[in-house]
Design a protein around this ligand. Structure first.
Ligand code: 3PY
Ligand code: MG
Length: 259
């Protein structure tokens, strides 16, 4: 966000629906283009995407230029990177494969300043991108930056009630590809199948009942509509690589000489 604009946290807590674009390519201007195209937020992916710290640092600045909120996903268990991403200006960090209360608590510890956690001080770039002085950032960071714990296994679903009680955990994000893979014990990746949706709907209901923000990765326009009805407020729809290759394929298909 830019100076004086609302934070992502405040928009989500006010029940605004936020459509997020997934950034997997380490090309900063694509984050700006996503913002200029109308995405409210962009998530830069360090788990399965090609981003590293340098491309996220530049991508955040580009997202600001494009008017999009800045989100990033860490690799599994790399909580030190979560703190670093906040220092570089992340408004939200997504942690994949949170399967237990202990894992959720360790993530919160990296995300929050005392007394909620043990985040170390040094948010110079982060405060700048939030349009805050360092003392303002210290006062507001625990409320105005968000940690999403990803629920994407039956084990995580089993522990969800307890995970939702972890002090300082702001939000849950459903990864339906892994959820379907693990629910089917490796048989299929089917993010929109009945069983995955049944579990995802319960995750949304429990998360909302606990007063927390619910997010989900969506794989079609119909899936976005379904997820909004189910209570999810932070929705990813669209991945940079797919957007480009689909657009290129459609463009070429529209040329008679190409057929
Ligand atoms: C999943 O669907 O498993 C995800 O992690 C989405 O990025
Ligand atoms: Mg996943």
């Amino acid at each position: 966000m830019n100076h004086n604009a609302k934070t992502l946290a405040s928009r989500l807590r006010a029940d605004e629906i936020i459509i997020n674009g997934w950034s997997s390519l380490p090309v900063p201007i694509l984050c700006e283009l996503m913002g200029r195209s109308g995405y409210a937020a962009v998530t830069l992916d360090m788990q399965h995407g090609q981003h590293d710290i340098a491309s996220v640092r530049e991508g955040f600045a580009s997202a600001v230029l494009g008017g999009a909120h800045r989100v990033a996903r860490i690799p599994v268990g790399e909580n030190a990177t979560a703190s670093r991403l906040l220092d570089l200006g992340a408004e939200a960090v997504i942690a994949p494969m949170i399967n237990s209360v202990e894992e959720a608590a360790a993530f919160v510890e990296a995300m929050k300043y005392p007394p909620l956690g043990a985040r170390s001080w040094g948010p110079h770039r982060g405060a700048m991108l939030m349009g805050m002085t360092a003392p303002e950032y210290l006062k507001k960071a625990n409320d105005e930056t968000i940690g999403f714990a990803m629920i994407e296994t039956p084990e995580a679903f089993e522990a969800l009630d307890d995970i939702l009680q972890v002090p300082g955990l702001d939000a849950i994000f459903v990864g339906p590809a892994d959820l379907s893979l693990t629910l089917s014990n490796g048989a299929e990746v089917a993010p929109e199948n009945e069983e995955t949706r049944r579990v995802a709907a319960e995750i949304a209901a429990k998360t909302r009942a606990a007063g927390k923000i619910a997010g989900k990765f969506c794989t079609s326009a119909e899936d976005v509509a379904w997820a909004i009805d189910a209570g999810f407020g932070f929705l990813n729809y669209g991945i940079d690589m797919t957007i480009f290759s689909d657009a290129a394929t459609n463009l070429l298909a529209s040329i008679d000489a190409h057929k």
